[in-house]
Ligand binder design. Structure first.
Ligand SMILES: Nc1ncnc2c1ncn2[C@@H]1O[C@H](COP(=O)(O)OP(=O)(O)OP(=O)(O)O)[C@@H](O)[C@H]1O
Ligand SMILES: [Mg+2]
Length: 394
């Protein structure tokens, strides 16, 4: 198997795909333009709709144009020290190759450093100045995480000034900063500090992304929050059917298998154009054709692929079930009703149901597509919707 024929390379489903994205080129161009012009952006949306993909494609463009980029995914950074360390590492890695040697240098005993690294460390320390050079000392992180984070944030502007450039700070899964478990310390304190530093960092432009719609709204839309009215809200456009069809067809160019055009319509009907589900069903349809020895993916194989996709996600669906149970007494019941197209307000008293709906929307599993005030809640992922709807017992 080569990367031109491996299903996961052709139709990746477990990571952002900035290099292989279908559609949304206007979103990428627009975000690149807005961020390149110093306008902070906040992008919140349902799960797996392709947020990270578009943002990474935009930051890749910005890098190409010479803008520095600092990217951190809070999902993988468990503490304030880890976040600060990632900021420092990312910021330094924007600089030219010899300076990049500095990063390794900060983690190695002085006596083991090459002359090149020693010179690079000295230069970087000089550039940062006496107040900020301590970000290169891991000991500070252990001794005083708060001060380390403060200096890591402030070094972004300093590096831009020294190198006479601008920088985009992309924080993915931003809502983790405000999560109730307080992994980064008190959310208000962390965000007040960030806002204060960013206010004094005119060369730093932010792109904050999150899956948890309500939490993002709470962090950016409530007057007592540090990031109240910070930046503009950016909404992703739909990936058009024609774009999906052209993109999925192109994926199979040079492989012995191709999509029958009506089968692609059927695939999009089933996946509803949901980004990850569409890629997953396409991936499974490709596997179904390989299994079947077929050269053409037809509607029958697409139907089989949809069932196969459900099986692939079975483990994840069980996890969602647990997550829903953990959201309070009525959350699972309400989610099942919504998935089954039943009125959620029959589950319990109006207040309890409202709270349950907010909790489920808060974790990005449902969104409101109908007329606001009249419900219209939908489980966004069609595969999860089917799974939950099957649990409806009337
Ligand atoms: N533009 C696109 N073209 C093709 N596939 C896409 C696109 N955007 C997303 N996908 C598919 O969806 C999957 C998830 O994408 P991504 O990680 O960008 O979504 P997300 O909204 O950031 O997800 P999460 O809610 O986990 O943060 C990808 O692995 C890919 O299969
Ligand atoms: Mg993401």
């Amino acid at each position: 198997m080569t990367s031109r024929t491996r299903a996961d390379d052709l139709f990746p489903t477990s990571r952002p795909v900035p290099e292989a994205m279908i559609g949304r080129s206007k979103d990428v161009a627009e975000l690149t333009l807005l961020l390149g012009n110093g306008l902070h952006q906040v992008l919140a949306g349902a799960r797996k709709e392709g947020k990270s993909t578009v943002c990474r494609a935009a930051t890749a463009r910005l890098r190409e144009s010479g803008t520095y980029v600092v990217e951190a995914d809070l999902m993988y950074l468990p503490s304030l020290v880890a976040l600060a360390g990632a900021l420092v590492e990312e910021a330094i890695s924007n600089r030219s190759a010899p300076k990049r040697a500095v990063h390794a240098a900060t983690k190695t005993a002085r006596s083991a450093l090459s002359a090149l690294s020693l010179v690079a460390v000295s230069r970087l320390k000089h550039d940062l100045g006496t107040d900020l050079e301590v970000v290169l000392e891991p000991a500070l992180a252990r001794r005083d995480p708060w001060s380390y984070f403060d200096k890591a944030m402030r070094m972004l502007q300093r590096i831009c000034e020294v190198d006479d450039t601008h920088l985009v700070l992309f924080l993915d899964e931003f809502q983790e900063l405000g999560a109730p478990r307080h992994s980064y310390g008190d959310p208000d304190e962390v965000m007040n500090l960030m806002r204060a530093v960013l206010q004094d960092s005119p060369r730093v432009t932010c792109l904050f992304t999150g899956s948890v719609h309500h939490m993002m709204r709470d962090l950016f839309g409530q007057s007592h929050r540090a990031f109240y009215k910070w930046g503009a809200w950016y909404s992703l456009s739909e990936i058009e059917s024609e774009e999906w069809k052209a993109g999925l067809t192109a994926r199979l160019e040079g492989s012995p298998i191709s999509f029958h055009e009506p089968a692609l319509d059927h695939l999009l009907e089933l996946s509803e154009g949901h980004a990850r589900t569409t890629m997953l069903v396409a991936q499974q349809a490709y596997l179904a054709a390989l299994t079947d020895g077929a050269a053409l993916v037809d509607a029958v194989l697409v139907d089989a692929a949809f069932e196969m996709a459900e099986r692939v996600d079975a483990g994840e669906h069980e996890l969602h079930l647990r997550e829903l149970r953990g959201l309070g007494r009525h959350a699972l019941d309400v989610a099942i009703r919504i998935a089954a197209g039943q009125p959620p307000y029959r589950a319990a008293g109006a207040r309890s149901v409202q709270r349950a709906i907010e909790a489920v929307a808060g974790v990005g599993m449902i969104e409101q597509r109908g007329v606001h005030g009249r419900g219209g809640w939908v489980v966004t992922d069609p595969l999860l919707r089917r799974f939950l709807a099957r649990l409806w017992v009337g």
